[in-house]
Write a protein that binds this ligand. Structure first.
Ligand code: GLU
Length: 466
């Protein structure tokens, strides 16, 4: 069997979006699962809309998702001579002709056709004029007007197109640039692409591309058109549904593993399995398991996946991901040991790195601000004696972990005749400012004796001033 070669060919007219990333992932997985090659090609012939900034954004997103490519990035604008060569081949073999119809003329004829109830496609006026290349002329492809073209799609099955529905499409514009349908075929032929896996918004382009392959006498690749991604309201995913760019998800605090798992399940499945390691994906991915209907992207699922990976990673690994989020909050510097200790207590309680960075506030900030409602409710006069006693007992402790802390609390409760449960919330408010946090002993161990005693003292001051 010939080696598999796939490609991802984004147009650099914006960031890498969820749909594009899913296409990239499927091509990457397909190549990796069959020991093939994966090529990145930047389709930048729309010079007005293409930007270097978008190229960088796409490359960054590919890197963040760890979708490494074996070749490229190739840039179409560096390959203009190749397209001209192939255009010449088509012209010389009688498959293309120069056309001098101006945009205004075409517009008038299109309007007339529509008014007369005909299809507004190019009428073939220059087909038999035998024109040569010249200023303002475009090169058009002679689309056979009889018979049909069949696309044997690996996902959708056979789809038949009537050739008479297809235009004599422009392959070279008057500025010498190729159009998408032509450049993509030349690239896919010259790069030896064996499988074209892309969104099904391209299905209608495919018969045009097949006709160009045939005119060039080239072997067809396999085509696999993947159904669209929808939002929860079952309309095509768009900005209305929230963030669409991959790197926006990074900024919101998602881990690449979570996004990969979310993306792969947009159209592909393997039984009921929800979570896949990278090697499992490579082992299990097949095009046969890509569904025929649109898939639905939900934030809820992505959050669930992210929470899973936050739980699963080691605190050290998470710290590397978390550091930019902490830096954005300008927290005071802390040692990595302190930070990993704090992370460990929050791993089962947060869905995103952003949420975790926020939840770290009470560990990070030197001065705790009490939530007014919590303080009034829990830092009450009757807690004065409890705090005093805790401060003196805790100050004496050598070890400062659950095993040594627990008896101090138990004994204090017993001797002062208060329920242990009555002490927890006031202490939590003093240590964290609020009423929700990881387990009390866990956070005390992370904060350490000095900070705990200092915070209890501040709590006591509040109590006495109340
Ligand atoms: N540049 C095209 C796009 O971004 C590529 C389509 C294709 O895969 O042929 O939609």
């Amino acid at each position: 069997m010939e080696p598999v070669i796939t490609r991802f060919p984004p147009s650099p007219t914006g960031a890498l979006h969820i749909g594009g990333a899913r296409t990239a992932l499927f091509n990457w997985l397909f190549a990796r699962s069959l020991g093939g090659r994966f090529i990145l090609r930047i389709e930048d012939t729309d010079v007005e809309r293409s930007t270097q900034e978008s190229v960088t954004a796409i490359l960054d997103a590919m890197q963040w998702l760890d979708l490494n490519f074996d070749e490229g990035p190739y840039y179409q604008t560096s390959r203009l001579d190749i397209y001209r060569d192939y255009a010449r081949k088509l012209k010389d073999s009688g498959h293309a002709y120069w056309c001098e119809c101006s945009a205004e003329e075409l517009e008038v004829r299109r309007n007339k056709a529509m008014a007369e109830g005909r299809k507004p496609k190019y009428d073939g006026a220059c087909r038999s004029k035998g024109l040569c290349e010249g200023p303002n002329r475009v090169l058009r492809f002679y689309t056979p007007q009889s018979a049909t073209t069949v696309l044997n799609d690996l996902i959708k099955g056979p789809i038949e197109f009537d050739n008479s529905e297809l235009d004599d499409l422009v392959i070279l514009k008057s500025d010498g640039f190729p159009t998408y349908n032509f450049a993509v075929v030349v690239d896919d032929i010259t790069m030896g692409i064996t499988h074209v896996i892309r969104g099904d918004d391209h299905v209608n382009n495919t018969p045009r591309q097949i006709l160009i392959y045939r005119a060039l006498g080239a072997k067809l690749p396999e085509f696999a058109h993947v159904p669209m991604i929808h939002g929860e309201d079952r309309s095509p995913l768009s900005k209305r549904h929230g963030a669409t760019s991959v790197m926006e998800y990074e900024k919101m605090g998602f881990l690449p593993e979570a996004l990969i798992n979310c993306l792969v399940r947009l159209g592909w499945s393997h039984g009921d399995q929800e979570i896949f390691s990278r090697s499992e994906l490579i082992e299990k991915f097949t095009l046969e398991n890509v569904g025929k209907s649109p898939s639905i992207f939900t934030m809820e699922r992505l959050l669930w996946l992210n929470a899973h990976y936050i739980k699963e990673k080691s605190p050290q690994e998470l710290l590397a991901h978390l550091k930019p989020f902490l830096a954005r909050r300008s927290y005071p510097e802390k040692s990595d040991d302190f930070l990993t200790g704090a992370i460990r207590t929050l791993q089962t309680r947060t869905h995103t790195l952003e949420e975790m960075a926020e939840a770290m506030a009470f560990y990070m900030e030197d001065a705790i601000r009490f939530e007014p409602e919590a303080a009034t409710k829990f830092l009450t006069k009757d807690m004065g004696a409890v705090f005093l006693r805790l401060i003196s007992e805790l100050s004496e402790l050598e070890a400062f972990d659950e095993a040594s802390l627990e008896p101090v609390f138990r004994n204090t409760a017993k001797e002062l005749e208060v329920k242990l449960g009555k002490i927890a919330q006031p202490v939590r408010v003093a240590l964290t400012g609020g009423t929700k946090s990881p387990g009390l002993f866990e956070i005390m161990e992370v904060l350490g004796k000095e900070a705990v005693v200092e915070r209890l003292q501040k709590g006591l001051e509040f109590i006495l001033a109340a």
